[in-house]
Design a protein around this ligand. Structure first.
Ligand code: HEC
Ligand code: HEC
Ligand code: HEC
Length: 457
């Protein structure tokens, strides 16, 4: 009996020794705790997150002494590796060059705190002081709201939704109308391709949601691409262009297709040579660009036109702006699910996406299940060569999503319900019921907006 008591006593002691040591030693701090951003709310949030969160979400953190002892070793290492893979808070909460915290990181942190999902429970077992107090939660949430209002809010949402992770598309954007008109012409001009058969609109038809609604696009001479053509609508809101972000803006992007051998298979000198023969065009062009037909001017005109391709006034946007009747209760529930399933962490902002690269298949393998992995599937890795960027893609916009099928960079999914189910499995790592899928679909359906005052269809 006595012996059993002793054993139990020792066991209890062993179980308690780590949390008690952790209580006495205190939580490990990262450099974020003492960072000075010049913004009081931001500093206050960093003080909390830098002590209670960043140690599993940063490359900087040093392991505690007991992390060398199995089984703690395995658990801690795996938590830190996964935590860092999901989000590098050490870097994201204090971006280089004084940039504000990204919309995606703000949404992720807000979600984690609202859900009470972080830190993980197994960590709290050993770190009794590891959780956030309600005051600390409020401090972080208030920082998120203020940062969102200051840097990302469109400013057209009602007071209730002013700091929502999703924002309405602005109703209009100030642009040089003459450049927009010229860019519109160029976008639809087949002389941009080597054999005068393809314009930008061939693969980005404005009456097909800004896409070609095909798995892969067909270029000059019937050449097939190996990646799905994304929509050009609202592309001006994206933080980078292409699935792998290899173009930093629309100007840089527009240089791509003209020269791409499996797209327009031409080059600017050839295009300019053709357009120079067209006196009417030359007159219209030089009226706007006095220095004449130059590649930079073409890129400027096309990019300016693309920035005008916004789709405001969707039913969801009207709801955000205060028209409670604009969406029905099922669609509203779908929006709440979209947030609680953390879809809105990645598909965030006025573009409902386009603000970050994320790993495709971070919670469950995508590519192994699909098979036949090709270079295009490596995503951002093809640009940086960094292992951490393998299979990372720019999060696509979900605006007008019912029109931009088929889905994913590989265009493998035609059915939107299946795309939602795949996302729940490979990105969120949660089972999703048919009822939940139906509600999210109903919500996604409210994201179809208007172009030049007419609802897209
Ligand atoms: C013990 C290590 C650990 C600590 C401490 C920790 N996390 Fe995490 N975090 C993880 C792991 C592991 C994941 C991967 C997802 C999962 O396991 O739920 C993760 C995921 C996340 C994500 C990504 C969620 C998403 O869907 O994109 C965010 C955001 C996050 N944590 C924020 C926090 C915040 C905020 C804190 C502090 C309150 C915190 N974490 C503390 C280990 C940790
Ligand atoms: C043959 C079909 C084809 C033609 C022609 C074409 N594109 Fe694309 N476009 C694509 C494909 C495919 C992608 C995706 C490529 C990638 O991400 O690697 C793309 C990507 C884009 C993107 C990036 C969108 C995003 O979300 O990242 C923009 C913007 C764009 N094209 C505009 C244009 C413009 C402007 C032209 C004319 C100068 C043009 N495209 C001509 C097929 C085409
Ligand atoms: C961790 C970030 C992340 C989360 C969370 C996430 N997505 Fe995605 N989503 C992506 C990325 C990245 C892609 C592009 C993947 C690809 O094409 O390989 C994508 C693609 C999609 C597409 C296809 C879009 C298109 O034009 O091809 C849909 C639809 C979608 N997501 C819906 C959802 C829904 C619904 C949820 C929640 C259940 C969700 N996503 C959660 C990052 C995320």
């Amino acid at each position: 009996m006595k012996r059993i008591l002793v054993i139990v006593g020792v066991l209890i002691l062993l179980f308690l020794i780590l949390p008690i040591t952790n209580l006495i030693v205190g939580l490990p701090e990262t450099s974020l705790v003492s960072a000075d951003t010049g913004v009081p709310d931001w500093n206050a949030a960093l003080k909390i997150l830098g002590r209670k969160c960043v140690n599993c979400h940063s490359a900087e953190y040093k392991l505690p002494f007991y992390a060398g002892i199995p089984p703690a070793k395995g658990m801690i290492e795996s938590d830190m590796q996964t935590g860092l893979r999901y989000v590098d808070l050490g870097a994201e909460l204090l971006p280089e060059g004084g940039a504000p915290v990204s919309e995606v990181t703000l949404a992720q942190v807000e979600r984690a705190i609202l859900d009470g999902s972080m830190p993980p429970n197994r960590y709290l077992l050993l770190h009794w002081n590891g959780g956030l107090s309600s005051d600390e939660q409020e401090t972080v949430l208030s920082f998120v709201r203020k940062a969102r209002l200051e840097h990302y809010a469109t400013g057209t949402a009602s007071e209730e939704f002013a700091a929502e992770p999703l924002q309405p598309v602005p109703d209009a954007i100030e642009l040089d109308k003459r450049k927009v008109a010229l860019g519109d012409k160029l976008f639809h001009d087949q002389r941009l391709s080597s054999d005068d058969t393809l314009s930008c609109a061939s693969c980005h038809a404005l009456d097909q949601g800004g896409t070609d609604q095909a798995r892969f696009s067909t270029g000059v001479g019937g050449k097939m691409g190996d990646i799905n053509s994304p929509t050009v609508f609202n592309s001006g809101f994206h933080f980078a262009q292409f699935w792998d972000g290899r173009a930093k803006d629309l100007e840089e992007q527009a240089d791509g297709p003209v020269n791409n051998p499996i797209e327009m298979a031409s080059n600017w000198p050839e295009v300019i040579g053709k357009l120079e023969q067209d006196t009417e065009f030359v007159a219209a062009f030089t009226a706007v660009y006095p220095d004449g037909l130059k590649k930079e001017n073409f890129l400027d005109a096309i990019a300016t036109f693309e920035r005008s391709l916004i789709t405001p006034n969707s039913r969801f946007d009207r709801f955000l702006k205060g028209d409670a009747e604009a969406i029905n209760p099922t669609e509203r529930e779908g929006y709440e699910l979209f947030k609680s399933f953390s879809c809105a962490n990645c598909h965030v902002g006025k573009g409902v996406g386009g603000q970050d690269f994320q790993e495709m298949g971070r919670a469950d393998d995508y590519f192994e299940t699909r098979g036949d992995v090709i270079k295009a599937d490596q995503g951002r890795f093809n640009v940086t060569g960094e292992e951490a960027d393998r299979h990372h893609f720019k999060v696509p916009t979900l605006r007008n999503i019912t029109l931009t099928f088929p889905y994913f960079h590989d265009g493998t999914v035609v059915n939107l319900a299946e795309a939602v189910r795949t996302m729940a499995r490979v990105q969120v790592g949660r089972d999703i019921s048919d009822d939940e899928v139906a509600k999210i679909l109903a919500f996604l359906n409210t994201l179809t907006g208007e172009y030049r005052g007419k609802l897209l269809e």
